[in-house]
Design a protein around this ligand. Structure first.
Ligand code: ATP
Length: 591
């Protein structure tokens, strides 16, 4: 089960919903349809001209009427040119609208992915999420540019050809329809099968991208554990599953082609036989029969195109369903928008009122937590692994909302605070602060894009990192590599801290890194943390004893309950959870 389910709605409902959510596709559609009409009507001029030339020009009373033939040929040439121009203009318009529609859809889907809470995102594999915004939209683009156009033309052509065929001979028209009716029914059945088959194809693309993406990102872990073979097997399997799904879908497509060919051959043969009989009986002229055969070709080609387009259409609808799956997911952590409160500047006062939380489908991991954190105080959150520390931090920064209870900042419920204000005033530094593949300066500027080089140097100096910066080969221009791989783990933590310092929040939530660093970096980190947390409310998930010792107060979590709180010295003196944790820390230090 993924968090963003593909919608099971019918193909037509999906298209309608998609068009409603992407008004760009509908822009200028009337003009395009008119051009399609001109292009279609233009195609019937040739058969009519041939019929007129044969029946009224060549077989005119008293010999061929050259003047009539000349006029018919000229009109025919003019119609062909007009048709070509209309078809060109229609193409251009369709490309333009479909491209801008797809671009808007991509942007909208991508923004929406960002609006979704961490919880929804973590329920969906990253590769699959990426495929919804990239390859699924690409599938739609093929259809919108070729298939959509063909359907418009083919539909018009089918109607116009039928009407004109009926004008020449309704019994022959009936014959053609009788041959083709079973085919149209069969096409509808194929469509249902294809819809299922292409739904599976789109799912497999997501799986494949997920497997490939993960093996690239986790390359070092794979190598470290010698798991290359297992990883290759997983990729082989996902590629194989995609191939099988495609082959299954293509087998169905292959079935549709011969069936149209067969129906077309039967219809043509039938028209020749029945048409000749009608001609002998004096009900049809030679010109009319020839024109009718031309029209049968015009009638058949849209059906042939339809089978091709059906393929694209089903693939596109399957893709569109997955994109709509993203757009339709209401963000569970919603921004109150302009109606929301803007927090005033200054150290933030935090209150948790009976807060409980459970991850979707899981047990309660935080139970009735009530706590007040005074503005400007430094708090250390401690507890065994899995005790709920990170969950507490995520609720405090509104990465997710509590199942029950409230979190208040400066007396305002977090849910009422405008996102822009929330993200500006409250910053979380996760254990492994993600660094982008850019220069050190660009990464530091992430929280405050307008910061000048002087601001950055000043901030690093205030954090006691001036000497570290001086030791870097290219200073602020030093590239940090993908995910900061050119830096050591300790240096990455320093950059994450400096980035938060530059953003200048009023509440800083710090998930202390557990990775061991060399003693010199450790000292730097301690000094930097001391400076970063000064003057603001700071909540650190502490993995080091020194952090707890330096804090104004310690919050002790045990199996989702807040079991103790108070200054380090007082808690050590009490017998309780903290004293046990302290004892195990102290034992580790002695080793
Ligand atoms: N995304 C998630 N989905 C489901 N359960 C989760 C998720 N994240 C955490 N949990 C569960 O919630 C409980 C509390 O986890 P939490 O990450 O808050 O603990 P922690 O004290 O921060 O642990 P650590 O010190 O190892 O980081 C654990 O039992 C964990 O398995």
């Amino acid at each position: 089960m993924t968090a963003l389910e593909s919608r099971p709605a019918s193909g037509l409902a999906t298209l309608r919903q998609g068009l409603r959510l992407t008004p760009e596709f509908r822009r200028g559609i009337v003009g395009t349809l008119l051009l399609a009409l001109v292009a279609t009507v233009g195609r019937i001029v040739v058969p009519v001209a041939v019929q007129q030339t044969l029946d009224r020009g060549l077989r005119a009373h008293g010999g061929p009427d050259i003047a009539f033939i000349r006029t018919a040929v000229l009109m025919c040439a003019a119609a062909v040119v007009l048709t070509a121009v209309a078809a060109y203009l229609m193409n251009v318009r369709l490309y333009r609208t479909s491209e801008s529609g797809l671009a808007a859809l991509r942007v909208r889907a991508f923004r929406h992915v960002h609006d979704l809470s961490m919880l929804t995102q973590s329920g969906e594999r990253r590769g699959s999420l990426v495929s919804r915004v990239t390859s699924d939209v690409d599938q739609m683009s093929q259809f919108m540019q070729y298939g959509g156009l063909m359907i418009i033309i083919a539909g018009g052509q089918l109607v116009v050809a039928t009407v004109l065929m009926a004008v020449y001979s309704w019994p022959l028209t009936l014959l053609v329809w009788v041959v083709f009716l079973p085919l149209t029914y069969a096409l509808r059945v194929f469509q249902r099968w294809l819809s299922k088959a292409y739904g599976a194809v789109r799912e497999r693309v997501g799986d494949m991208l997920s497997a490939v993406g993960e093996s690239v990102v986790g390359a070092s872990v794979i190598r470290a554990y010698g798991a290359e073979e297992r990883t290759e097997r997983r990729i082989d399997e996902s590629v194989g599953a995609y191939r099988d799904a495609q082959v299954r879908a293509q087998n169905l497509v292959a079935l549709t082609f011969p069936s149209t060919e067969l129906a077309s051959a039967i219809a043509t043969a039938g028209v020749v036989v029945a048409g000749t009989a009608l001609g002998v009986g004096g009900h049809l002229t030679a010109g009319e029969l020839v024109a009718f055969l031309f029209l049968v070709t015009l009638f058949v080609s849209p059906l042939q195109v339809a089978t091709e387009v059906l393929n694209d259409a089903q693939n596109a609808i399957a893709g569109w369903r997955r994109v709509l799956g993203v757009l339709d997911t209401t963000p569970d952590v919603a921004d109150p928008g302009p109606a929301g409160t803007v927090l005033p500047r200054g150290a933030i006062d935090v209150r948790f009122e009976d807060v409980s939380f459970a991850y979707p489908g899981g047990p309660t991991v935080l139970h009735d937590v009530s706590v007040r954190i005074a503005p400007g105080s430094r708090i250390a959150v401690v507890g065994e692994t899995g005790s709920g520390k990170t969950t507490f931090a995520k609720l405090l920064t509104r990465m997710m909302d509590p199942a029950s209870g409230r979190v208040l900042v400066d007396g305002v419920p977090l849910t009422d605070v405008r996102f822009s204000s929330l993200r500006e005033r409250i910053v979380m530094v996760p254990q492994d602060g993600f660094l982008f593949d850019a220069s050190l300066a660009d990464n530091l500027r992430f929280g405050r894009p307008e910061a000048s080089e002087e601001d950055i140097r000043g901030a690093l100096a205030e954090l006691g990192l001036g000497d570290w910066l001086a030791g870097l080969p290219e200073g602020l221009a030093t590239p940090v590599g993908q995910r900061g791989e050119s830096l050591s783990a300790g240096e990455r933590q320093l950059v994450a801290l400096a980035r938060a310092y530059l953003a200048d929040p009023d509440l800083l939530v710090l998930d202390e890194a557990t990775s061991a660093v060399d003693p010199a970096t450790e000292v730097r980190l301690q000094r930097a943390i001391e400076s970063v947390t000064r003057g603001r409310t700071a909540v650190s998930i502490a993995h080091r004893l020194s952090t707890a010792e330096a804090a104004d107060e310690v919050l002790v979590f045990d199996q989702g309950h807040l079991v103790q709180r108070g200054p380090h010295a007082a808690l050590v003196a009490e017998s309780g959870r903290y004293a046990e944790l302290y004892a195990s820390w102290a034992a580790q230090l002695k080793i």
